[in-house]
Design a protein around this ligand. Structure first.
Ligand SMILES: Cc1ncc(COP(=O)(O)O)c(C=O)c1O
Length: 381
């Protein structure tokens, strides 16, 4: 467990935390001094370097290696892209739906997951959405839906809409038993606990840097299990996906034998600088300690919500990071929180409180007091 002294040292790296109760991590992580400095470092290299692209390609490869280590993959299993969508699309484009054509996913996926696979319908994909029951989709629902016709199962690790955590291990086991692939979307989890794509056995994993990875918008990662890489030929591609990027051979498409074949054009270098610094800062804490603190704060908050008899969309047993409580008027509740300098967010009738390692018990109590003061805006349990 981190000591309060260690937490306050870490907090001092994020200027906004001195001003606000920052529970907005499911939308955007807070800006640290390290990330701001990395942005300046990029500017400086642009201003002064005699060979900027040589320098920048080096940093881009270092980030690939850093992130691969972070999720226990090999660097050549990681593509650096500009959004989760830009990671999912080339995979969707590479699958054919002539034989197996079912895509099974829950209604709690982020919209881009639904939209990208729905866009494959003219290519033969059949999409089956699983309905949630009491804000959960148990593995049993996947068990009933996944069959020998199923091509792929997109799966959110933690849902953006209600904080529900999928039973990834069970869904992977069910899907693989029936020959289907699993595409894990870790955007609402990555950065909150240790991540091991090999132990989970997923085929694809996507996440981006702007939330719990404490980085900027405009950068994401796609992991592709090694055995699949060369079997997949994306029709969404670019020169950065070529085996030898700097051969500049316009007439020949020879894709890299690595996940880089799924990349989309010139890399977002400023974001790469900032993301590297963010990842280094986060991992310096130790991911087990990050997870333990988030669990501690989430449990305290959920206990408070239960005691106030406010309806939680997130299971009361959740270990975080996201807790979503129901409101009769979420925009109005958000305005009340803003008045109290609490930074939170809403989705439909849910008010989202998202905890990170830099949050404190004071943050928990401040948020609970604001809920109590405005209980007429909240749905009672
Ligand atoms: C679960 C999840 N997936 C994906 C995204 C974002 O996708 P993209 O990077 O394509 O905008 C979000 C962001 O809000 C998300 O919460």
């Amino acid at each position: 467990m981190l000591s309060e002294e260690q937490v306050s040292g870490f907090r001092s790296r994020f200027p906004i935390l001195a001003e606000k109760t920052y529970l907005y991590n499911c939308s955007q992580g807070a800006l640290s001094d390290a990330v701001e400095a990395a942005n300046c470092e990029y500017m400086q290299s642009w201003k002064t370097s005699a060979a900027p692209w040589d320098e920048w390609i080096g940093v881009y490869e270092q980030l690939r290696a850093d992130f691969a280590q972070f999720i226990n993959a090999d660097p050549d299993e990681v593509a650096i892209v500009t959004s989760a969508s830009a990671g999912i699309n080339p995979i969707a484009s590479a699958l054919n739906f002539d034989g197996r054509n079912k895509v099974v996913m829950s209604e709690y996926e982020f919209p881009t997951m639904g939209h990208i696979w729905l866009a494959q319908q003219p290519r033969g994909a059949r999409i089956q959405f699983l309905d949630g029951v009491n804000n959960a989709v148990p593995a049993e629902c996947y068990n009933r839906a996944i069959d020998e016709q199923t091509c792929i199962v997109p799966l959110t690790q933690v849902s953006f809409i209600n904080g529900f955590r999928s039973d990834v291990a069970s869904v992977v086991r069910i899907a693989h038993e029936r020959g289907a692939l699993v595409f894990l979307d870790g955007y609402q989890d990555c950065g909150t606990r240790p991540m091991d794509v090999k132990a989970l056995g997923v085929d694809f994993f996507v996440t981006g840097t702007l939330k719990y990875l404490l980085g900027p918008a405009g950068l994401a990662f796609l992991y592709v299990r090694r055995e699949l890489i060369e079997r997949l030929t994306p029709t969404v591609t670019s020169w950065m996906g070529h085996r030898d990027v700097f051969s500049f051979n316009t007439k020949q498409l020879d894709l890299a034998p690595a996940a880089r074949r799924f990349e989309n054009g010139t890399p977002a270098i400023p974001n790469i600088y900032m993301a590297r610094a963010a990842l280094a800062l986060l991992t310096s804490v130790g991911m087990d300690r990050v997870a333990a603190r988030i669990e501690h704060l989430t449990r305290a908050f959920l206990g408070g919500v239960r005691d106030l008899r406010i309806e939680s969309k997130t299971p009361l047993s959740s270990v975080g990071p996201l807790v979503v409580v129901r409101s009769h008027d979420a925009p109005q509740m958000l305005a009340k929180l803003t008045e109290k300098r609490i930074v939170a967010s809403t989705r439909r009738d849910g008010v989202r409180f998202a905890f990170h390692v830099y949050n404190t018990m004071d943050d928990v109590h401040t948020a609970l007091s604001a809920i109590e003061e405005n209980r007429e805006l909240m749905v009672r349990s």
